[in-house]
Design a protein around this ligand. Structure first.
Ligand code: E4P
Length: 226
């Protein structure tokens, strides 16, 4: 499963990429507003820091306008993916952009029927928002499972990008459901690293290590001081 960071915070992306486990980035207008700087400079910087796919969203509501925006965004950097909301006009635009060889991420997907249409239009990625589904008392993960099943049934090439992830459990469940990608806030990636038993185990290993007779000299050798 690929891991994307869902943020426009350049520093957080830099740190995530340095970990060696981040495969891409997703942004949206809300995240761009939170970053508090120019959208173009932010996206260009992200696309340079992260060599994988970086989604940048269109804001037009008519197919012609979405296509126009998509062509411009795609020219900013080779790894930019044009993120398009799931609307009838958005589907038309995705079809056109796909024909032009421009990669797309269909966003704001809340039903398997919408995801089926996104795949038919040729979307590179589809983004079911599972957390927002949970927020209204429905099981967001079922949406991911259904979409994965439909895509496998018909061998659609569209990748399932589980979005609106709120916890490490969401990531694990999306992976079990077979999602190709999980996009998450940097905080969730940090939470995935942590486990209290890891901290406890490490503390006792280090304490016990101090009682090993040659601990000091071995440590110096490992540090290259010997
Ligand atoms: C997806 O690409 C969206 O940017 C994102 O996952 C939305 O998440 P939210 O529901 O936490 O805002």
């Amino acid at each position: 499963m690929k891991i994307f960071l869902d943020t426009a915070d350049v520093e957080a992306i830099r740190q995530g990429v340095a970990l060696g486990v981040v495969d891409g980035v997703t942004t949206n207008p809300t995240l761009a507003a939170k970053a508090g700087r120019g959208f173009k400079e932010t996206v260009l910087e992200i696309a340079e820091i992260c060599p994988g796919p970086v989604s940048a969203e269109t804001v037009g509501l008519e197919a012609d306008q979405i296509v126009k925006e998509g062509r411009i965004l795609a020219k900013w950097a080779p790894n930019i993916i044009v993120k398009v909301p799931l609307l009838a006009e958005g589907l038309k635009a995705v079809k056109q952009l796909t024909e032009e060889g421009i990669k797309t991420n269909v966003t704001l997907v809340f039903s398997p029927a919408q995801a089926l249409l996104a795949a038919k239009a040729g979307a590179t990625f589809v983004s079911p928002f599972l957390g927002r589904y949970d927020d209204i008392g429905q099981e967001g993960m079922q949406l991911v499972r259904d979409i994965v099943k439909i895509y496998r049934n018909y061998d659609f090439k569209t990748e399932v990008l589980a979005a609106s992830i709120r916890s490490p459990l969401h990531v694990v469940e999306a992976a079990l459901a077979g999602a190709d990608i999980g996009t998450m806030p940097p905080k969730v990636l940090e939470q995935m690293i942590q486990h209290p038993l890891t901290d406890k185990g490490l503390a006792s290993f280090l304490k016990d290590w101090e009682t090993v007779p040659d601990a000091k000299t071995v440590f110096e050798e490992l540090e290259g001081r010997r």
